[in-house]
Design a protein around this ligand. Structure first.
Ligand SMILES: Nc1ncnc2c1ncn2[C@@H]1O[C@H](COP(=O)(O)OP(=O)(O)OP(=O)(O)O)[C@@H](O)[C@H]1O
Ligand SMILES: O=c1[nH]c(=O)c2[nH+]cn([C@@H]3O[C@H](COP(=O)(O)O)[C@@H](O)[C@H]3O)c2[nH]1
Ligand SMILES: NC(=O)CC[C@H](N)C(=O)O
Ligand SMILES: [Mg+2]
Length: 515
C-alpha cells in the first residue's frame, strides 16, 4: 500500500457523511468513506493519517447498533468522532451515554455552544458560537483520560478530547455550513492533530479516476448517457480520456427538452469534441408511455426505465455487450433514498434497471461529488466555460415541470413560456446570477379577462433559485420589473396562458423542481 496522506471516514449511517468527505477534500486531504464494518486489518493496511467516525441514526447502548472494536483506539491513529461517532467513542472507552428521557436534552439545529479555545480543535473558533446539532442521546460521563472541551445550555459534553491519545469527539456537526468555524475545526483536526500537509488536489481525482476507469473497462465498449448537462459532459471527458473511442455518447431526445435544446446539444458535441456521438429521437415512445400517468414518482420511473431501454439497445447494437455510464452525482443518490437516507424523489438515473437488461456494469465516475466539485473537475479537464457553468437540467426534463399528465400540447406551451423566461433573463444579464431558473406548468386553469372577454386558461409558474450544491437552495430575489416583463410577454405571446405566478419557496421545505 502506497504511503500517501489519507483520511478514512467510517460510515455509521449518518445523513452528512459525504459532506464530511467533501470538507476533508476541501482541506486538500485525500479521503475515503468505508463502512464501519471494515476489518481492523484493512485499516492497518491502509495506514490512514486520521480516522473520522460519522453520525448515525442509532443509539450506542442498543445491542443491535453499529459498534466497533476497542482496538481501533489502540492503533495510535488520530480519531475524530462526530455525533453518533462521538457517543460511540465515549461508550466504547467506558464513558456513559444517556438517552433523553424527555425532550429537554435533545438538540436539533442551530445551538449556541461554548468552546474551550485551549483545545487544539477549537483554537480557530470563537469562544461562543453557533453549532448545528441533531441528537437525542447525550454523553453524561466522559471516559477516563478525557476532558470536556465544549458545552451548551443543555448538553454537558458538546465536545471531548484526550490529546495524549489523539482522540477527539464532537456532539455537533462541524461539516455543515451552519456550524460557525466548523471547517476550521475539521482543518485543525487534519493539520494540527493528524499532521496532514494538504497534498491532495482535484488533479489527483482526475488521475486516479481515469486510471480506475481504464482498468475496469479494459477493452470493452461503453455507452454514456450524455444530456449535454454539466455532469454527463464531465463524465464524457473523463471516460474519453480513459478509453478514447471505446466510448459512445448517446444523447436521448425524449421530447421533454427545452426549446431548441436538442439541436444545441448535437451541435456542441459534434463540433467541439472528437467523440463518438449519437442522437436518438424518441419523443413518441416517451410520450406514449407517459399517457394517462400523473403521479410524480410513477412518471420518474417510466422515464428512467425508458432511458435504460434506449441505452441497452445501443450497447447491443454497437458492442453486443458492454458498460453503461452516466453522470450521476451525490445529490442524485442521496435524495433517491440511498442506504438509510429518506427518499425525497427518485432521480431518473436511480430507478431500478429492468431485469432483462444486463449491462456489463454501471459506471458513475462522479457519484461521490457535489455539483460545484464536478464543475471544478470540468474546468480542470479544460471543458468550455459555458458548458461547465450551464444550469442543470433534469433528465426527466419538462416531464417533471408539466405537473400531472404530460401531453405534447402542454410540453409545447411550457417550452414557449420557458424560452421567453430564458431570453429575458439573458437580456438583462440576470441569468448568470441564478443557479437555476425555469417555468412550470402546474396544470391549473384560472379565470382572466383579455380583450374585454373572459378567459379560462393555463397558469405558468416561474421558479428561480440560488445555491451551491443543490442540496439546499434559496428562492431568487429577481427584481419586479424583470418579472413583470416576463409575465406580460408570456401572457401575450404564449397561447393558452392567462396568468403567471412566482414561486417564493426555499429548499427545504420545497425542492427545486415541483415534482
Ligand atoms: N437526455 C439525456 N440523454 C442521455 N442521457 C441523459 C439525458 N438526460 C440525463 N441523462 C443521464 O442522466 C444523468 C443525470 O442527469 P442530470 O441532469 O442529473 O445530469 P446532467 O444532465 O449530466 O447534468 P446537469 O445536472 O447539469 O443537467 C446524466 O449525467 C446523463 O448520464
Ligand atoms: O437528472 C436529474 N434527474 C432527476 O430525476 C432530477 N430531479 C431533480 N433534478 C435536479 O436536481 C437538482 C435538485 O432538485 P430537487 O431539489 O428538485 O431534488 C435540481 O437541479 C433539479 O433540476 C434531477 N436531475
Ligand atoms: N445524528 C446522530 O448521529 C444521532 C446520534 C444518536 N442517535 C442521537 O440521536 O443522539
Ligand atoms: Mg441534466
Amino acid at each position: 500500500m502506497e504511503n500517501k496522506e489519507r483520511v478514512i471516514v467510517l460510515d455509521f449511517g449518518g445523513q452528512y457523511n459525504q459532506l464530511i468527505a467533501r470538507r476533508v477534500r476541501e482541506c486538500n486531504v485525500y479521503c475515503e468513506i468505508l463502512p464501519y464494518t471494515v476489518s481492523l486489518d484493512k485499516i492497518k493496511e491502509l495506514n490512514p493519517t486520521g480516522i473520522i467516525f460519522t453520525g448515525g441514526p442509532n443509539s450506542v447502548y442498543d445491542e443491535s447498533s453499529p459498534h466497533i472494536s476497542k482496538e481501533i483506539f489502540e492503533l495510535n491513529i488520530p480519531i475524530l468522532g462526530i455525533c453518533y461517532g462521538c457517543q460511540l467513542m465515549a461508550y466504547t472507552l467506558g464513558g456513559v451515554v444517556t438517552p433523553a428521557t424527555d425532550n429537554s436534552s435533545c438538540e436539533y439545529g442551530k445551538t449556541m455552544t461554548n468552546y474551550n479555545k485551549d483545545d487544539v480543535i477549537f483554537t480557530n473558533a470563537c469562544e461562543h458560537g453557533v453549532s448545528w446539532m441533531s441528537h437525542r442521546d447525550y454523553i453524561s460521563t466522559v471516559p477516563d483520560g478525557f476532558t470536556v472541551t465544549a458545552t451548551t445550555a443543555v448538553c454537558p459534553v458538546a465536545a471531548m478530547s484526550c490529546p495524549e491519545r489523539k482522540l477527539y469527539g464532537v456532539q455537533f456537526h462541524p461539516e455543515v455550513n451552519h456550524t460557525e468555524n466548523g471547517k476550521d475545526m475539521l482543518r485543525s483536526f487534519l493539520y494540527d492533530v493528524c499532521g496532514c500537509k494538504g497534498e491532495w488536489q482535484m488533479d489527483s481525482f482526475i488521475d486516479s479516476t481515469v486510471a480506475k476507469l481504464k482498468e475496469q473497462i479494459g477493452d470493452k465498449g461503453v455507452v454514456l448517457g450524455l444530456s449535454g448537462g454539466v455532469d454527463s459532459s464531465v463524465a464524457a471527458a473523463l471516460l474519453s480520456k480513459a478509453v478514447g473511442k471505446q466510448l459512445t455518447c448517446v444523447f436521448v431526445d425524449q421530447g421533454l427538452m427545452r426549446k431548441d435544446e436538442g439541436d444545441f446539444v448535437e451541435q456542441t458535441f459534434t463540433k467541439l469534441f472528437d467523440m463518438n456521438f449519437v442522437r436518438i429521437n424518441c419523443q413518441e415512445e416517451f410520450l406514449s408511455k407517459l399517457k394517462g400517468v400523473s403521479d410524480p414518482e410513477a412518471k420518474r420511473k417510466i422515464i428512467g426505465t425508458e432511458f435504460y431501454n434506449v441505452f441497452w439497445n445501443k450497447i447491443r447494437e454497437n458492442y453486443g455487450s458492454g458498460y453503461f455510464a452516466q453522470g450521476t452525482i451525490y445529490p442524485d443518490r442521496i435524495e433517491s433514498g440511498k442506504g438509510d437516507a429518506a427518499k425525497i424523489k427518485t432521480h431518473h438515473n436511480q430507478v431500478e434497471v429492468p431485469q432483462d437488461i444486463t449491462f456489463e456494469g454501471i459506471i458513475e465516475p462522479l457519484q461521490d461529488l457535489f455539483k460545484d466539485e464536478v464543475r471544478v473537475v470540468g474546468e480542470k479537464l479544460g471543458l468550455p466555460h459555458e458548458l461547465v457553468w450551464r444550469q442543470p437540467f433534469p433528465g426527466p426534463g419538462l416531464g417533471v415541470r408539466v405537473i400531472g399528465e404530460v401531453t405534447a400540447d402542454k410540453v409545447k406551451i411550457l417550452q414557449e413560456a420557458d424560452a421567453i423566461l430564458r431570453e429575458e433573463m439573458d437580456k438583462c444579464g440576470y441569468a448568470s446570477q441564478m443557479s437555476q431558473f425555469f417555468a412550470v406548468l402546474p396544470g391549473v386553469k384560472t379565470v382572466g379577462v383579455m380583450g374585454d372577454s373572459r378567459t379560462y386558461d393555463e397558469l405558468v409558474a416561474i421558479r428561480a433559485v440560488t445555491t451551491d450544491d443543490f442540496m439546499t437552495a434559496d428562492w431568487a430575489k429577481i427584481p419586479y420589473d424583470i418579472l413583470g416583463r416576463v409575465s406580460s410577454r408570456i401572457i401575450n405571446e404564449v397561447e393558452h396562458v392567462n396568468r403567471v405566478v412566482y414561486d417564493i419557496t426555499s429548499k427545504p421545505p420545497g425542492t427545486v423542481e415541483w415534482e
